[in-house]
Design a protein around this ligand. Sequence first.
Ligand code: NDP
Length: 320
Amino acid sequence: MDQTEKQSDKKERAKERREKRRQEISLLRSIPYSGNQKWWSAETVAVVTGANRGIGFQITHQLALQGITVILTSREVAVGEESAKVLQEGGLDVAFHQLDIVDDESINSFCAWVKEKYGGIDILINNAGFSLNIGSENSVEAAEKVINTNYYGTKKMIKAAIPLMRPSAQGARIVTVSSRLGRLNGKRNRIYDDDLRKQLEDVDNLSEELIDATMTKFLEQVKDGTWTSGGWPQSNTDYSLSKLAINAFTRVLAKEFSSRPEGEKIFINCYCPGMVKTAMTGWAGQVTPEEGADTAIWLSLLPDQAISGKFFAERREIHF
Ligand code: NDP
């Protein structure tokens, strides 16, 4: 077998593995949660960001189908209300509120409303995000916007929600929709500066300051035009870095949360939904939005959730 044949054989086997896992997940999704697994009720409150379409809408739908009260949020009021109406008309307990994760005022008024109306949050799903790179195109023109939403906006939303996360025996849950593109040790898409990568890998010493400093350094290089030789990921560079940053922040918070006493635990994890057919990918990919939502639901509802600070794909742990 020559090199090209070997490569195409490898690709074929990877495709077969993916298809097999899709079938397994589809089977797992058809198994209902049993009574003793169900720690939640109609009083359980979940918040989903960027839920007017795509994966976020499906996460909202599937959580509501489990009998949870779900707050569908969207930065645009009219589209958000319209999306919520579709689910409400299906008899589901879905409320709507405006929320733009890059806007402090919007976050504050959302949090005040949740506190007043529901008293707190049990599950927070950070789904809002975007990429401006399609396929192999890798412009970082809008790097600031992408990083500001996917990393700083998500971080801001999590920080604002922490005081609202309700104490409970099973623990509150935070799940972030991230991407394998943000892996530190991706085969094709990694940080090439070994020292920086090791620092970002070192979970015991990882800090929010280091993550912020990494983003600042990248954005400065974008501004002065030196980013191409900066050792950053080679494809979807700004998007990959934004997801790398939010993954790292997940680990920082998990460490911080681990010292919380029993009854006040918050479990935080992130996952990659695969390449999902949504507006963000120009409807390319193999995964439907319903399937892309699956690991978020699974992580949010885990019956014995002692898992925190981990990265998942298709209900399995993967490396950061
Ligand atoms: P969509 O483009 O369909 O949905 C993105 C959602 O995020 C929209 O509702 C959008 O709102 C919202 N959003 C963007 N910026 C903000 C903001 N500042 N405040 C609130 N909401 C905002 O894409 P997907 O469903 O595919 O993406 C959802 C998540 O999944 C993203 O975080 C994405 O990075 C992640 N992901 C997607 C993959 C894929 O293959 N599709 C792969 C890996 C990760 P609006 O409608 O107003 O623009």
